[in-house]
Design a binder for this molecule. Structure first.
Ligand code: HEC
Length: 148
C-alpha cells in the first residue's frame, strides 16, 4: 500500500509540473502570435528608416539651405525670403516643371545658380557650400520626392 501511495504522489507531482510547463508554453504562443509582434513600439515608429540615405541626406540639406525660399514642402513659399522675390522661387511640387527637367540640368543649376542660366540671380550658386557632388545629387533625389 505504501508503495502505491508513493507512485500516486509522484504521478501527481509530475502532472503538476507538466501542467505548469504546458501553460507557460501556451502563454508564450499566445503572446508571440499577437498581430504586430516584432514591430517597434509606437513611440519608436518614427525612428523607423523608410527612405534611402540619399533622400534623407538631401532632405536635411534642403531644409537647411533651400527651404527658406522654396518652402518646407517645396511649393516655393518659403517663410523668410520668398515674400518679395520676383520671379518666385521654383515650385518643386509642380509635376509639369519637374517631369520636363532632367537631373543633369538640376544639378548644374543648383551648382552654378540661376544667373548662370540667364535667369535672375536670386537662386545662389551652391557649388561652394555643397562641395561634394554627392550632396547636390542627394538634394535632387529629395526634390524628386516632392511631386507626383
Ligand atoms: C534666396 C532664396 C533662394 C534659396 C536659398 C534657394 N533658391 Fe532656388 N530659386 C530661388 C528663386 C527666386 C528661383 C527662381 C529664379 C528664376 O527663375 O530666375 C529659384 C529657382 C531654383 C531652381 C529652378 C531653376 C530653373 O531653371 O527654373 C532650382 C532647381 C532651385 N532653385 C534649387 C534650389 C536648391 C536645391 C536650393 C538649396 C540648395 C535653393 N534653390 C535655394 C530662390 C532661392
Amino acid at each position: 500500500m505504501e508503495k502505491y501511495r508513493l507512485i500516486k504522489d509522484c504521478f501527481t507531482a509530475y502532472s503538476f509540473v507538466f501542467i505548469i510547463v504546458f501553460a507557460f508554453f501556451i502563454s508564450q504562443q499566445v503572446a508571440y502570435s499577437k498581430p504586430g509582434h516584432g514591430e517597434p513600439p509606437e513611440h519608436a515608429q518614427r525612428f523607423k528608416v523608410k527612405e534611402p540615405f540619399e533622400i534623407r541626406n538631401g532632405k536635411v540639406i534642403y531644409l537647411e539651405h533651400c527651404a527658406p525660399c522654396h518652402g518646407d514642402t517645396g511649393k516655393g513659399d518659403g517663410k523668410y525670403y520668398a515674400s518679395g522675390l520676383e520671379p518666385r522661387p521654383r515650385d518643386f511640387t509642380n509635376p509639369g516643371f519637374m517631369n520636363q527637367t532632367k537631373d543633369e540640368y538640376l544639378i548644374e543649376v543648383i551648382r552654378k545658380g540661376t544667373a548662370a542660366f540667364g535667369k535672375s540671380s536670386y537662386c545662389p550658386p551652391w557649388g561652394a557650400t555643397l562641395k561634394e557632388d554627392e550632396k547636390i545629387k542627394n538634394v535632387v533625389a529629395f526634390l524628386r520626392t516632392l511631386y507626383k
